[in-house]
Ligand binder design. Sequence first.
Ligand code: GLY
Length: 373
Amino acid sequence: MAEHSSRAADVLVIGGGIIGCSIAWRLAQAGMKVTVLDRAEPGGEASSAAGGMLAPLGEMLEPRTFSELCVASRNLYPRFAAEIEESSGHHAGYRSDGSLMVALDEKIERELGEIQRVQTAQGYSLDPLTPGEIQGRGADLSPHVRGGLFIPEDHWVDNERLMRALLIACQRAGVRLEAGCAVHKFNLTGDRIDSVVEENDTRYTAKTYVLAAGCWSGKIAEGLGIKVPVAPCCGQMMEFEVERELPFVVRSGMHYLVPRPGRRLLVGATSEHTGFEKTVTANGLLSLMEGAVRIAPMVGKALFLRAWAGLRPDTVDHLPILGYGEIENLTFATGHFRNGILLAPVTAEIIADLIVKGFTSRPIEVYRPTRFK
Ligand code: GLY
């Protein structure tokens, strides 16, 4: 077995997606020696496959503490993205132009009314728009739109750009990024991890470990004899080149349209619990196309560029898993389901605080890994 004492780190992060790398970057900024192991290419899974909506408002996220965590992370985004840009010298693709939720049928119209009522009472600002006002916003949407809610405080980010910039920021901060390193064994003494061994038999040691391996976290935790109920939820996506750039994100029901530079438009997303296969299917594409054209008929004339699928890490209660559990020197940062891009800044803050200071000021009791017992 190869052992790399030079690779002994203060913290070993398992999983090089946006969550793992954001944590690693914050820890390195705090002066720690950090290694990130990724089973394939860092940033190559859900972090790149996502749409990049930073949109906690307009959704009835339960419980209330979860919606507060999402709003807190969205509030951290402007600074988070600016710091990544400063550290990497690369654009992070962050935008704060708001999002529009539209109703094309009575059911969604009622849902939007309820969302507006509840979230306005909580002090958030959501602007109800008539069909005429929506057409006046220059988004080229269907004439059948019955009304909508514009949410000025919803933000969005080009997550592929952000991830590339974050990886550079990590490297510049001294984080060691190891690609093609799938963890397959843990060496334990009592309730502490001594080292992890990756597939090619290289052993890595650290004082503290972070499990941030998205939908693979459950499989990895089996090696510790711990049950972590994280399952993949496949989301298929499509990309088009449109004639005129959409001015903001538009959502209706399960479908969303996300603008990208260069008149590109992402269309998302399916939600399928079909295992670890990332399959693009005819039915998936059909459902995306139907939804997109229903919202904006101009998508029917757009140039098709590509389609792909990513795996969201879903948990049994759909809430993330954060903090320490049974293993003394292992903290969890996984199970972010549909909100991994959104929750990266707050997760990095929480986990870095737990490791560096020994506590977090955020209420994380509901996200503890031990809740599944
Ligand atoms: N956050 C959007 C999705 O998971 O499809």
